[in-house]
Design a protein around this ligand. Structure first.
Ligand SMILES: Nc1ncnc2c1ncn2[C@@H]1O[C@H](COP(=O)(O)OP(=O)(O)OP(=O)(O)O)[C@@H](O)[C@H]1O
Length: 270
């Protein structure tokens, strides 16, 4: 098992007492699996994923178990946490521009993990990252390594971030709304790319999205969260057909559909 979270509770002190953010979350991700984590804004999806890297709020109180490739992230000492963050797991966020320093060249940002954390010589790190750029479909890698983030489109930047995340060969990818800011075509391209890389490397992916339809189409299994707890867990192929929890039912019913009249008009004109 790559990621195993069991009965995870997380609370933070708040002006009125204690604020419960996670209430007994249990989920897992195996090698080569894409597992969706779905829920509305504020349901605790990001907090759950960040707990896999022990990136929890300061002064948070945490109980339960989190293990990444068998390493205990709750009780583990700082060396274990460092190993997980630098070698075993990597996170991809929604907005690449927020991750990449705007005044640093792409090459410096993308090689940072290899150079700083893994002591790989700079020239070797650039060679490896250039290879990965090629793999994620970025052309003209020499020019790209010298470019600044503002010179690239959102889709290209997200590919850069994916290449940087993959540079240290993580077993587990935590993708937090990783394609939500992209237009539909670019989103489809980046999802296909992630799928291919994942199959080649047998990576496990925790795929966080607020979009149940996307999760059902893209993932193997789906967990649905509401108010800090998992309220449903199903195979992706059945979650739309057979939602058990009333909240999932409501989410499934909320998927926008074209009104019948417009659909008929489109069919007629096709
Ligand atoms: N450091 C913190 N201190 C206090 N509350 C926090 C902290 N971090 C998160 N929260 C709260 O915990 C809840 C869950 O947040 P989280 O970001 O995990 O939700 P989410 O499902 O990922 O939402 P979104 O889709 O909007 O990112 C939210 O109500 C958020 O405001």
């Amino acid at each position: 098992m790559l990621l195993a979270i069991e009965d995870l509770h997380l609370s933070v002190p708040s002006p009125g007492g204690t604020r419960q953010i996670l209430r007994g979350v249990t989920l897992d991700v195996s090698e080569g699996e894409t597992v969706g984590l779905v829920g509305e804004s504020g349901s605790g999806k990001s907090t759950t994923a960040r707990a896999a890297l022990r990136l929890v709020p300061e002064r948070a109180s945490l109980s339960g178990a989190v293990s990444v490739c068998g390493h205990d992230l709750v009780a583990g000492d700082p060396a274990v946490v460092r190993k997980v963050r630098s070698e075993l797991a990597a996170m991809i966020f929604q907005e690449p521009r927020a991750v990449l320093n705007p005044v640093r060249r792409i090459g410096d940002s993308a090689t940072e993990r290899l150079v700083r954390v893994h002591d790989v010589p700079k020239a070797e790190a650039r060679r490896r990252v250039a290879e990965l750029f090629d793999e994620v479909g970025l052309a003209d890698t020499g020019r790209l390594l010298r470019a600044y983030p503002h010179q690239l489109s959102g889709g290209m930047l997200q590919r850069v971030v994916i290449a940087a995340a993959l540079s240290t060969g993580p077993r587990l990818l935590l993708a937090d709304e990783a394609t939500s800011a992209l237009d539909v075509t670019t989103q489809a391209e980046v999802l296909a790319l992630l799928r291919r890389l994942q199959r080649e490397r047998e990576t496990g992916v925790l795929f966080i999205t607020h979009d149940l339809q996307l999760a059902a189409a893209y993932c193997d299994r789906v967990y649905v969260m509401r108010d800090g707890a998992v309220v449903e867990h199903q195979k992706a192929s059945t979650i739309f057909v057979n939602p058990a929890d009333p909240y999932t039912k409501a989410l499934a019913e909320a998927v926008p559909r074209l009104p019948e009249r417009e659909q008929n008009t489109m069919e007629a004109s096709a």
